[in-house]
Design a protein around this ligand. Structure first.
Ligand SMILES: Nc1nc2c(ncn2[C@@H]2O[C@H](COP(=O)(O)OP(=O)(O)O)[C@@H](O)[C@H]2O)c(=O)[nH]1
Ligand SMILES: [Mg+2]
Length: 446
């Protein structure tokens, strides 16, 4: 596989659509186009101009009447010469056009290969390539915004700052290797300390966005738990806006877990209604309760619902860690034993307090959207987190070595390690493995 041979793929989703898009990229792509299009001439093309042509078969018979746009590298998504062909979106016709591209000299692109080329041609760094994927799979406005900002380079810029800081620090330390007779003066020592502290706080800040990143990409699991009949299923329905779960005044109605994804102030939330927890119950209900307990363990957040109109009993969530207490049925008045208890008061029946509930859940999950409305909405992924942790660890090591009077030569080793770990984030260091693992998650044609 050459890294600039002509690749082709259907870029639109499989199935019937109004139009389908085929994308070709690589050296010689205009010659391929000239072989399969009736009027196209490689030597007189107008880049970024739409024109009409026919894709023809071996015998010169038209397969489809198409629109064609050419891009001349490096001014294209991949940085190479690119041809895009829009055809009539039938499954058969689209496949025939792709076949013609392959017969004309292109080969089928691998998953993510267009974006890989964009990366290799420095049109995108790795964080931006990952953002392309995030944008495609975003389920809420906030998730899409985070992806867009990462695509525009916000994370890459923040990482570059850290990288420059480490280079600066390393250069400082290296200077002492070249002049071994000089001791590190107290002023220099203090300046180095300050640089370490600054880097640590920059890295810490980025690491602090990991939870938000995970929740925006994967959604949060929020389990609604509590005793029977407190209004758990009613709450799920009210938040969803339709009667998803069965509500009844009979205790033990919900026996299985019911899950739905919804948008909580920008956070995709997987809301899970569970069977009420109580001592008695049939064997089916007991199985439901076992599932409820399992969901509680996996949850990012537990909403513990109680009936505020009745005397308080035992709490079902031991210690209340990671749980929000919610007193429902305030329309019936609050029973005196709850007075002074911290917890959100709502009434599913009158919908009082539901907006507060949404906002508080979003705030608990990711600091809320408003917190970051001023600056960039950075939300790192697990790979970035891993790189940053390694960098943090290596910096810590370097700092300790320096403090204990270690020779500068030795200190520069962990600094190089930190630099390497940070470099991996944007991909400014060649490591085939990380490239493979990232781009293979793309779809063909991306
Ligand atoms: N008065 C009042 N009744 C409610 C409220 N929320 C739920 N209920 C009622 O409480 C009963 C049990 O509700 P359900 O959602 O099935 O409870 P679950 O067992 O916790 O899922 C039903 O009769 C609901 O109509 C509320 O805010 N106020
Ligand atoms: Mg229920």
């Amino acid at each position: 596989m050459s890294d600039s041979d002509v690749i082709a793929a259907i870029a639109s989703p499989p199935g019937v659509g109004a139009v389908s898009l085929l994308r070709l990229s690589g050296r010689g792509v205009f010659e391929v186009a000239a072989r399969i299009l009736r009027r196209f001439q490689a030597d007189s093309l107008r880049p970024r101009f739409t024109f009409r042509d026919d894709v023809i078969d071996e015998a010169g018979v038209s397969i489809d009447d198409v629109l064609v746009v050419c891009y001349q590298g490096p001014r294209s998504y991949t940085g190479e010469d690119v041809v895009e062909i829009s055809g009539h979106g039938g499954i058969h016709v689209t496949r025939r056009i792709l076949e013609r591209c392959l017969e004309g000299g292109a080969r089928l692109a691998e998953a993510g290969e267009f974006s890989l080329r964009a990366f290799l041609n420095q049109k995108l760094d790795l964080t931006q390539a990952e953002a392309v994927m995030d944008l495609i799979s975003a389920q809420t406005d906030l998730a899409a915004r985070a992806a867009r900002e990462q695509l525009s380079g916000s994370l890459g810029d923040a990482v570059t700052l850290v990288r420059e800081g480490i280079i600066h620090l390393a250069a400082h330390v290296e200077a002492y290797i070249d002049f071994p007779e000089e001791d590190i003066s107290p002023e220099t020592g203090a300046a180095l300390e300050a640089s370490f502290a600054k880097l640590e706080s920059q890295i810490g800040e980025l690491l602090g966005t990991a939870q938000r990143g995970r929740l925006l990409r994967e959604g949060a699991r929020v389990a609604i738990v509590g005793e029977p009949n407190v209004g758990k299923s009613s709450l799920l329905n009210a938040l969803l806006g339709y009667e998803r779960a069965i509500v009844s005044s009979e205790a033990g109605t919900t026996r299985d877990t019911v899950e739905e994804v919804l948008d909580f102030d920008g956070f995709p939330v997987r809301l899970i209604d569970t069977a009420g927890l109580r001592e008695e119950g049939s064997s089916i209900e007991k199985e439901g309760m076992a599932r409820a307990r399992q969901r509680m363990e996996d949850a990012d957040l537990i909403l513990e619902i109680v009936d505020g109109s009745r005397a308080r009993g035992e709490r079902v969530v031991a210690g209340g860690v990671g749980a929000m207490l919610i007193l429902n049925k305030t329309d019936l008045g609050e029973e005196s034993s709850w007075s002074g208890e911290e917890g959100l008061r709502i009434s599913v029946r009158t919908e009082d307090g539901l907006a507060d509930l949404r906002a508080q859940v979003a705030a608990r999950l990711g600091g809320g959207a408003s917190e970051s409305s001023g600056g960039a909405l950075i939300a790192i992924n697990a790979r970035h987190q891993d790189c940053l942790r390694r960098a943090e660890q290596a910096l810590l090591e370097a700092r300790e070595m320096l403090a204990s009077g270690e020779e500068p030569e030795f200190v520069s080793l962990p600094l190089q390690e930190a630099l390497h770990a940070i470099g991996e984030i944007a991909g400014r260091i060649d490591t085939d493995e990380i490239l493979g693992s990232i781009f293979s998650q793309f779809c063909i044609g991306k």
